[in-house]
Design a protein around this ligand. Structure first.
Ligand SMILES: [Zn+2]
Length: 296
């Protein structure tokens, strides 16, 4: 049985325990159930939290307001934002160089991290991070900064959760539209920063293409053109080359010797691909590439 009970009768008994009116424990009558929403939630500092009741089933969702690596010291709701003062939970840390455990704090420093919004408000975490002294006198890292991999990347100014949301936005709608949307969602970020997120995002693993299409595309119409290469079987863009000459395309094709068919337009711009030392796939002349309408 799901829902943490062993039988249907037990589940009905539990439902009955929450209601004011008795219900039959057999299947003759379906109970009326509902849920409650907290309309005016009150945020408590972590020292005032109550532990999760032991009788709660593990499928009841309960989670910390922020990363499990951090403790909230103070919560300051403000007009337009929510300020969380936090500190790392762990009392000891492992040296990244020698792996030696240490609890010798060298110093503290303040990090300001943007986090996911709460109730339409910008959330800022003021994190009192620490520098540690390595306990191994022979170690070359005498002083090191603690890392919080589940919370934030080194030197980043936004939590990994916020960065993931903003990255999803920029991939969906682009830089400047993504900036406007993020501001509406209380996750303000500039368009340039969103574009840097795109450039730093890991590339997905490419499946070796066998049928590709080549065409030119305008970075600035009438001024600057590049080359777009698409996988015509999977209907996706494989690469953008900064220019539109046959040498660049030939170099690209050499990286994928399994390509069997190259579709290109009749203009002859890429007609020299085969003469530039590239493999000799079947060349198909055709119109515009099918996936180009998906490329923005
Ligand atoms: Zn060390």
């Amino acid at each position: 049985m799901k829902n943490g009970v062993s039988s249907r009768a037990e589940m009905r008994a539990r439902i009955a325990s929450f209601g004011r009116d008795p219900i039959a424990l057999d299947n003759r009558q379906d109970p009326v159930i509902g849920c409650s929403n907290s309309g005016a939630a009150v945020l408590l500092a972590e020292g005032l939290w109550r532990p999760v009741p032991v009788s709660w089933s593990p499928n009841i969702v309960s989670r910390s307001l922020i990363s499990p690596e951090l403790s909230i010291v103070q919560i300051s709701p403000q007009t337009d934002r929510l300020l969380l003062v936090a500190r790392p939970k762990s009392a000891v840390w492992l040296c990244p160089c020698c792996g030696c455990q240490t609890d010798r704090v060298h110093s503290h420093y303040l990090r300001r991290l943007a986090d996911l919004p709460w109730q339409g408000r910008v959330v800022e975490i003021q994190l009192y991070a620490r520098r540690f002294r390595c306990a191994n006198s022979q170690c070359r890292c005498q002083i090191f900064i603690e890392r919080l991999p589940a919370t934030v990347r080194p030197k980043a100014r936004r939590t990994t959760h916020l960065g993931g949301s903003q990255q999803a936005i920029v991939f969906a709608v682009g830089g400047q539209p993504g900036s406007r949307l993020s501001r509406k969602l209380a996750m303000p970020v500039s368009g340039d920063t969103l574009l840097r997120m795109v450039h730093s995002a890991p590339l997905p693993d490419l499946i070796a293409p066998t049928v590709v299409g080549i065409d030119d595309w305008a970075c600035h119409r009438g001024q600057r053109y590049g080359t777009i290469i698409c996988d015509l079987e999977r209907n996706c863009v494989l690469d953008l080359l900064p220019d539109r000459n046959a040498d660049s395309v030939a170099r690209w094709l050499k990286r994928w010797p399994g390509i069997k068919v190259v579709a290109r337009d009749r203009a002859g711009l890429y007609a020299d691909v085969a003469r530039c030392g590239a493999p000799n796939p079947v060349q198909v002349h055709g119109g515009p590439l099918a996936p180009t309408q998906q490329f923005r």
